[in-house]
Design a binder for this molecule. Sequence first.
Ligand code: FE2
Length: 326
Amino acid sequence: MEPTKGVSRPVSYFPVSPMMLFPDALGNFSVYLWQGGDFVLYTRSGQRFTRRHRKILHNNGVKEVFVQSDEKSNFDTYLEENLGHILGNDSLPWEDRSKVFYEASSGVVEEVFRNKLPSALNEVYFKRVSSIVEDSIRFLASDHSLSAIAPFISHDYKTYTHCIHVFIFTVSILQTYDLSEKELIECGLGAILHDLGKTRIPKAILNKRGPLTRDERQIVQAHPLHGVSMCSMLPLSQNSINCILFHHEKLDGTGYPAGLSGDDIPLPVRAIAVADIYDALTTSRPYADSIPPYEALTLMRHDMRDGLDMDLFKRFVAVLGGADML
Ligand SMILES: [Fe+2]
């Protein structure tokens, strides 16, 4: 199809790689070209973007197309629905795929945390989170993905970004073990939901500066149980439930809620514990400044070694080093 008539410039536009527009995928947003000093409509909202559309762009050497900013949420929905295609598209640069992954996963998990599963829409959200995990697990298990994602990792603490980071780090650690893709997905889902129960803890306690009272500490320490009870109506595997319920257990038995120790703590849970502490230390929280990666790892190795799986910790350090994150 030939480019159609020119339009005035009513709103701002953002650039998109044509590689993110999939033949036969239907998006509720219009696509524009920048031609002759103006934005020119190329495909209308609701019109299929065909192979021919893509070929014309390719033949003309078009590296960027544009979408109007007021259609950004429709574009984000399209990205989320096509996430598996995008992340598996080797002709897209790692950086572009990482940005799509980070934005899509943050968007969904933020909504889940804002709406405090379970709500009337719990199954819808659960499916969306499950799809994000399934669509991204192979991408995250690649050696290249972590270094490409690193620039997007925020160092300002928010519970939902923390859960995304723990998901990313946990999968990066676990891919060094011989786990099946199904197990990786189940543990990834547990990792991304691990702190869901914090939505039931009053913000005044979660964000309190200074030490917690004994009662406050007990309230905070109930969050793994809240998380599991909030997911009780969802079809979660035992692997996922273990990750939510036991992520604060410690190898020396001093953790909570069950005081498990040693090998009674499943391997994926031990991975989440390492990822969880590392992300918390390297992120600014209301009651504590962030510390640099090297300091965080030193602190974990010296002061927390009795509670952590040190073989797994060494693998994590190697993963971070390999991704140039140290
Ligand atoms: Fe937690």
